[in-house]
Design a protein around this ligand. Structure first.
Ligand code: 6CS
Ligand code: FE
Length: 295
């Protein structure tokens, strides 16, 4: 039997705002890992923690080379883990990069990455999902406003808000090439969305999400209350953000791609159950059930 549903969504006729009371954003303490108390406090308050430069120049160059390889990897042709833009057919995302690439598999085990995830979640962790978002120039499409947790709860059966994501810039993120926007503090409010989950929703939602995106009135309330922060920074800069942050990004009509590596860590005690609002779970590459603890 599934546990109590603290975050009902895609179930009611009207949207609801549900205040988060049970799940802290930070579960560990300063003694547990690389982040100092002030960073943990900032994470609790804003729901995210920016990192000015996560990688050394040599590591960054190697990572950039690796994402270029993945983009052109002939063995991935026709693979469902490669998602293309609807209008331009350019690669939008490649999933499972921590399984496809030994380089990224090793990189994410580093204390600067897995160590921080364990510290924030106060637990051993595993990778729930990993992807590169390429956001190509001349037509990279937007990501609509959403909370990742809403989808992971509804479609993957993630029970609680005890997951954290790392977004690591692989190209410079300018304010004009579709960089990430987050409403600071919005992780404290869960927006229960309207609409039922269609069968195989991920086939559409990974190109343009429509189900599980909040209604405009809820978004306006949240934006008025929390404001909007836009992340910019050079390749190698990063941000850790809570699973329930309200976030999105604009399209990219500039010539400059905005590529990010995106890794989702989940606490091992928060592993997936049956979906809370979908007929069947999504594929393994979107929400892992066959995971291994990171060490
Ligand atoms: O499907 C996912 O897991 C992620 N992708 C999208 C477009 N929305 C929800 C979540 O961030
Ligand atoms: Fe997201």
């Amino acid at each position: 039997m599934s546990p109590t549903d603290l975050y009902p969504t895609r179930r009611f006729d009207e949207p609801r705002l549900i205040y988060r009371t049970e799940d802290p954003a930070v579960w560990g303490s300063a003694a547990d890992g690389p982040l100092a108390q002030q960073h943990l406090d900032g994470h609790t308050q804003h729901g995210f923690t920016p990192v000015e430069q996560l990688l050394t120049p040599a590591e960054l160059a190697a990572a950039q080379n690796e994402i270029e390889q993945l983009l052109h990897d002939p063995s991935l042709a026709g693979d469902e883990r490669v998602v293309r833009e609807r209008t331009t057919d350019e690669v939008r995302s490649v999933f499972d990069v921590h399984k496809i690439s030994p380089f990224f598999a090793a990189m994410i085990r580093d204390d600067r990455i897995a160590g921080v995830a364990r510290q924030i979640l106060g637990s051993d962790v595993y990778v729930h999902q990993s992807r590169i978002n390429y956001k190509p120039g001349f037509g990279g499409a937007p990501f609509e406003w959403h909370s990742d947790f809403e989808t992971w709860h509804a479609e993957d059966g993630m029970p609680r808000m005890r997951a954290v994501s790392l977004s690591l810039a692989m190209t410079e993120n300018y304010h004009f090439n579709g960089s990430l926007m987050i409403m600071p503090g919005s992780h404290q409010t869960f927006v229960s969305c309207i609409g039922e989950t269609p069968a195989d929703n991920h086939k559409a939602s990974l190109v343009k999400q429509e189900i599980g995106t909040p209604d405009q009135a809820s978004l306006r309330l949240l934006a008025d209350k929390y404001g909007i922060h836009q992340f910019t920074g050079p390749a190698g800069s990063a941000v850790w953000f809570d699973s329930n942050c309200m976030h999105g990004s604009n399209g990219n009509i500039t010539p400059f791609p905005r590529s990010n590596l995106f890794i989702v860590f989940n606490a091992i005690d928060n592993s997936l159950v049956e979906p809370f609002a979908a007929d069947r779970p999504r594929p393994e590459y979107l929400g892992s059930r066959d995971w291994q603890v990171l060490n």
